[in-house]
Design a protein around this ligand. Structure first.
Ligand SMILES: CC(C)(COP(=O)(O)OP(=O)(O)OC[C@H]1O[C@@H](n2cnc3c(N)ncnc32)[C@H](O)[C@@H]1OP(=O)(O)O)[C@@H](O)C(=O)NCCC(=O)NCCS
Length: 178
């Protein structure tokens, strides 16, 4: 379907069971996991989780990507599209992590790739996602795109982001895609 998609300096490729150790190390990295749910189990249970995920991928229920550098092909992070709400044509994205080997604009490029894929190839009309209330930098990242805070609970803010807003905002960001 889409083995990989690329922006200017990074690309996304579908996660494989052999990525288990890389992902496990990202998730237990204390510099990166402050605002993420914690993983239980070790590399082997991560591998099993990926095997189960691959079934959902086959049914197009979920897509889990490794973010890699185009210059070295090195894996530098993850991002995941899941919780597809058919009635609302909305998808959730998360598990968004980049390690210290990221390129300067990896975050921006990977977010653009998520939206390009979801809005233009998968034909979603809206995105929904949650961000920990104290993850100030990431909240700012989404607000700059024009995402709307629609709800909150004790821990998280809940956002939506509409395709029409993406199409307008991304006009100024084409240079990050190619
Ligand atoms: C979330 C995460 C992937 C974001 O990556 P990041 O590199 O911190 O992202 P940044 O906001 O610094 O953006 C990278 C660059 O793109 C720029 N940028 C971001 N949005 C932009 C926009 N809309 N337009 C122009 N430039 C933009 C930033 O200014 C920054 O450049 P700078 O270093 O020159 O300032 C990373 O911080 C991470 O792994 N965090 C830990 C896990 C986590 O919290 N995940 C999110 C859970 S909701």
């Amino acid at each position: 379907m889409f083995e990989k998609i690329e922006a200017k300096t990074v690309g996304l490729r579908l996660v494989q069971p052999s990525d288990a150790e890389f992902i496990y190390n990202l998730r237990v990295n204390d510099n990166l996991n402050k605002y993420l749910s914690s993983v239980s189990g070790g590399v082997e249970s991560q591998r099993q989780w990926i095997e189960k995920y691959k079934e959902k991928e086959k049914d197009k229920e979920e897509f889990y990507f490794i973010i890699y550098r185009k210059d070295t092909q090195e894996s530098i992070g993850t991002v995941r599209l899941y919780d597809f709400i058919k009635d609302e044509n909305s998808f959730c994205w998360g598990s968004w992590i980049l390690n210290e080997n990221k390129t300067r604009f990896s975050a921006l490029e990977s977010a653009l790739l998520v939206y390009e894929l979801a809005f233009k190839k998968l034909d979603f009309k809206q995105s929904h996602f949650d961000v920990r209330k104290n993850n100030i930098k990431v909240i700012g990242f989404h607000e700059k795109f024009g995402a709307l805070k629609i709800n909150e609970d004790e821990l998280d803010y809940f956002f939506i982001y509409k395709k029409s807003d993406y199409l307008e905002y991304s006009k100024n960001l084409i240079r990050f895609l190619n």
